[in-house]
Design a protein. Structure first.
Length: 87
């Protein structure tokens, strides 16, 4: 079950994957899941991109973060062309 909460008068959304406790109340397993606040327009774009690519929202976030890390590693591995001198 996926619950999406809205904050009144706020452009942010919170999405999380809850687990029902023995009393029927929603309790999130904080060892496995964390809530993330993002602006509504970011959430909307993330959700539509995930749907378009056949992923869950969390799967799309994982992919985006993985790509970000790869790009960051590449940027730091490549020598700066302006600092390289030729003979």
């Amino acid at each position: 079950m996926l619950l999406v909460g809205f904050f009144i008068d706020s452009p942010y959304k919170i999405a999380y994957n809850p687990i029902l406790s023995h009393k029927g109340k929603v309790k999130m397993d904080t060892e496995k899941w964390k809530s993330v606040l993002v602006p509504r327009e970011v959430y909307t774009e993330l959700k539509s991109q995930a749907k378009l690519e056949g992923r869950t929202i969390s799967g799309q976030l994982r992919l985006m973060f993985s790509q970000y890390q790869e790009q960051r590693e590449q940027r730091f591995k490549q020598p700066d062309a302006s600092k390289v001198t030729s003979a």
